[in-house]
Design a protein around this ligand. Structure first.
Ligand code: CMC
Length: 427
């Protein structure tokens, strides 16, 4: 296989090295192009641009493969705990018992959030979208943990990781309880990571909280499935913000904002709202498929399509099965699950979706599970963020440890050429 590409432009020939990854994906390294031929590359939306070398997550969109550090997502979702997966993503290997215990204890020791943060939460209107609140609170954590900006210190980096892994679920739970007018729950020392999330989110003030095994398993699985997805919009945001040497919490806060949009993590909220709208409209799935196909109608089939997966999204397959299992276990009959299945069935036969390789993505069925667990619709994307946290941390850490240069794309200017200033009285 050739290890270089030769590009000729204006009689100048430039040899560009070809970089090949461990899964045989290849890329042309265009770094020398500008100095040698005065050319840059143009790729709006970065549809065909690799921004980094990474050892964290591999995905093959044609074959529907997703692996964290070499482990198949199907196996991790079946056998691992979320905290094991977090350790794997961040530090590169599955932890042994001692490593996991230390990680767990460090996180637990750092799971208190300064009481003053409550004043910030209280200042938000009750109806504020939880993603906006969460982004603000995550950024605010820097003020309460100033050493977290020492991005070149391994020790401070580890402390910042333990702190955010401990405090983030608290912020998530507090944010949700604020919208529900419920008092804050501090979790309990003897509970594990997932159990604490559940207690802090779902406990009622006048009841002892009992852990439901099905809910715990479903939450563990969902968080693992969301834990990383290589260079997506929010992860690229975290890396690019971090590349300016901004601290971990500020970088994560930017990632949360990027995730919020309906074309990214916000799709899980949009899917459930869409399914509800279809139900209230009488359940005519064909009508909504036609709307999605109509180029004059802005409606898109939310939870369908993916920039990289062009065959199937392996996460969606696992989540669809889990949705059936959880609803069955909890004895819930949710009519929108039938609507979702009908939409999927019909879309997968429809040439519009088949030709464009549009399949259900991770967000298509996840909201149905979240709703069955008692999570309000506006919190769905927050749950995505809770799962994605270790992936963002791992990617930020990889970028920092690799001492990557500041992210700063170029552009081709298409505006006016030089012109003279005209006095305001003459314009
Ligand atoms: N409904 C109807 N048409 C669609 C859809 C959809 N959901 N998705 C893509 N298309 C059409 C699109 O109109 C275009 O058609 P044409 O070639 O005729 O112009 C073609 O398919 C290619 O779409 P694209 O927008 O150029 O593809 P993209 O890779 O830029 O966008 C996407 C990917 C995920 C943003 C898009 O598929 C979409 O908007 N899906 C709905 C939102 C969604 O579910 N987002 C969650 C993504 S997965 C989780 C995550 O990243 O957080």
């Amino acid at each position: 296989m050739s290890t270089k590409v030769t590009l000729t432009y204006n009689n100048i020939s430039v040899d560009l090295p070809v970089i090949t990854g461990t899964e045989n994906e290849s890329a042309v390294d265009i770094a020398a192009l500008r100095s040698a031929a005065n050319l840059i590359t143009l790729d709006p939306g970065y549809k065909n641009t690799g921004s980094c070398l990474s050892t964290i997550t591999f995905l093959d969109g044609d074959l529907g493969i997703l692996r964290y550090r070499g482990y198949a997502i199907e196996e991790l979702a079946e056998k691992a705990t979320f905290l094991e997966v977090a350790y794997l993503l961040i530090f590169g290997e599955l932890p042994n018992i001692d490593q996991l215990t230390k990680f767990q204890n460090d996180i637990k020791a750092n799971s208190f959030v300064d009481e003053d943060v409550k004043k910030i939460i209280d200042a938000f209107p009750k109806a504020a979208h939880p993603m906006g609140v969460l982004a603000s609170l995550t950024s605010a954590l820097t003020a309460f943990n100033p050493s977290s900006v020492n991005v070149d210190s391994d020790e401070d980096m580890y402390k910042a990781i333990a702190k955010i892994m401990g405090k983030f679920p608290v912020l998530v739970a507090w944010t949700m309880r604020k919208t529900q007018g419920l008092p804050i729950d501090y979790g309990a020392k003897d509970l594990d990571y997932i159990e604490n999330i559940m207690k802090m989110m779902f406990s009622q003030p006048n009841e002892t909280y009992i852990i439901n095994k099905s809910v715990k398993e479903a939450l563990n699985k969902l968080l693992i499935l969301h834990a990383d997805h290589e260079q997506n919009c929010s992860t690229s945001t975290v890396r690019i913000v971090g590349s300016s040497q901004a601290g971990l919490f500020a970088s994560l806060s930017a990632g949360i904002s990027a995730l919020w949009g309906p074309l990214h993590g916000g799709a899980n909220q949009a899917v459930l709202e869409m399914l509800e709208a279809i139900r209230l409209d009488g359940g005519d799935t064909e009508k909504f498929l036609n709307k999605a196909k109509d180029k004059d109608d802005p409606f898109r089939l939310m939870g369908f399509g993916h920039r990289v997966y062009k065959n199937f999204d392996p996460r969606a397959r696992i989540i669809k099965k889990a949705a059936d299992e959880v609803l069955d276990d909890l004895g819930i009959d949710d009519p929108v699950l039938d609507i979702a299945k009908a939409l999927e069935r019909e879309a997968l036969k429809d040439p519009y979706f088949v030709d464009r390789k549009l399949y259900p993505n991770v967000d298509f069925y996840s909201g149905i599970i979240y709703r069955s667990l008692g999570i309000p619709v506006q919190m769905f994307t927050v749950m995505f963020a809770l799962g994605r946290l270790p992936g963002w941390i791992a990617q930020w850490r990889e970028m920092r440890k690799g001492k990557e240069p500041i992210g700063r794309p170029r552009q081709i200017y298409t505006g006016p050429t030089l012109r003279s200033y005209i006095d305001i009285s003459k314009r």
